[in-house]
Design a binder for this molecule. Structure first.
Ligand code: SF4
Ligand code: SF4
Length: 334
């Protein structure tokens, strides 16, 4: 018999976690937007909309200090942040297109160097995913190997039910432990029916065909046609659950300061600027080409995964209306 939880008890679960000192991050309203943010109580959880920004910030913050330094009496002290102080975190109400992303990013953050900041947060975070029951014209998760009820990436998974409440499924040891810890909030129910799943706008793409086309068309005129209007604003990268480029900058002065990791984006004009002032990607279509190449060829070549979950954020919020799913569809038809 499946275990279920009412919406009210889901709020109680959040309150109980908070009372134990666990940081709980979930979708909540912030003025006109829904965003993933730390919840102050269970009532703040708002599962109605896909949050504007992705959930990657829980593991990979937009800006973080990776060391600090101080010069006192001629002596220089360098100190590392204490990663043991990172909080145990539960990330709740995560749609499949967001929940799957950390698993994709694990490959790069533990590839030639184990990034302790990212990996420590991953270790301390439990993801409670939720099946998706609403899609819009920008959604295309099914075309890139995800789906509205994909469990991949979730430790615990919620399936919304007709009439309210959710089925609660444990997907791994972390999920089972959390489920067991709050067993008293669950009920056993065999009759409730799940809500119909969302239907994404594009059903399928031949990702292997796209990858092959990309391999042979680095200089194709299509890049100029698609991306000459790209403003290089970086919104697509910053909103994306899978984009992960960052820059490292030293801040401060002679007396002290810190080294910080900041999000970066291949759409920015200075992303590939050399110290000599030569820029190998000196016009916007070359930068957009890199975005597509990285997601659908380079990452696939290196890690056998696509660096896109079909969440549609880059389509919804691109200020000049560049639509990655239309780009992929066009390549798919060639
Ligand atoms: S590339 Fe666009 S659609 Fe794909 S995961 Fe990133 S934001 Fe979502
Ligand atoms: S959001 Fe649109 S305009 Fe901005 S960098 Fe991405 S593709 Fe270019």
């Amino acid at each position: 018999m499946p275990k279920t939880i009412t919406e009210q008890n889901l709020h109680h679960l959040i309150d109980a976690l908070l009372a134990e000192g666990v940081r709980v991050i979930g979708p909540k309203r912030a003025d006109a937007l829904t965003i993933y943010a730390p919840l102050a109580n269970g009532e703040e959880l708002d599962l109605d909309q896909l949050p504007r920004r992705s959930a990657k910030e829980a593991f990979f913050p937009p800006c973080e200090t990776i060391l600090s330094f101080e010069k006192r009496d001629g002596k220089i002290t360098v100190s590392d942040p204490d990663l043991n102080r990172l909080p145990e975190t539960v990330l709740i109400g995560v749609r499949p297109c967001d929940a799957v992303a950390p698993g994709i990013l694990d490959a790069v953050f533990s590839w030639d160097y184990d990034d302790p900041f990212y990996l420590e947060r991953r270790k301390r975070t439990t993801i409670i995913g939720i099946a998706c029951t609403s899609a819009d014209d920008a959604c295309f998760c099914t075309a890139v190997g995800c789906s509205p009820d994909a469990r991949k990436g979730s430790d615990l998974f919620l399936v919304p039910l007709q009439g309210g409440g959710f089925v609660v499924e444990a997907m791994d040891g972390k999920g089972s432990a959390l489920k067991a810890r709050y067993e008293a909030l669950l009920a056993t129910s065999g009759s409730a029916q799940p809500l119909p799943l969302a239907v994404p706008a594009v059903d399928s793409l031949d990702l292997e065909k796209i990858r092959t086309w990309l391999a042979g068309n680095f200089e194709h005129p299509l890049w100029q046609e698609i991306a000459s209007r790209c403003a290089g604003c970086g919104a697509c990268a910053f909103l994306c659950p899978a984009c992960h480029c960052f820059d490292i900058v030293d801040e401060g002065g002679e007396a002290g300061g810190c080294r910080r990791k900041h999000w970066d984006a291949c759409g920015f004009g200075k992303f590939t600027m050399h110290a000599s002032a030569h820029n190998p990607r000196d016009v916007q279509p070359q930068r957009y080409r890199n975005r597509i190449m990285h997601k659908f060829k380079y990452y696939a070549d290196k890690f056998n995964q696509t660096l896109c979950t079909g969440c549609g954020r880059c389509i919804r919020w691109c200020p000049v209306g560049i639509d990655i799913k239309a780009v992929l569809d066009e390549i798919n038809k060639k």
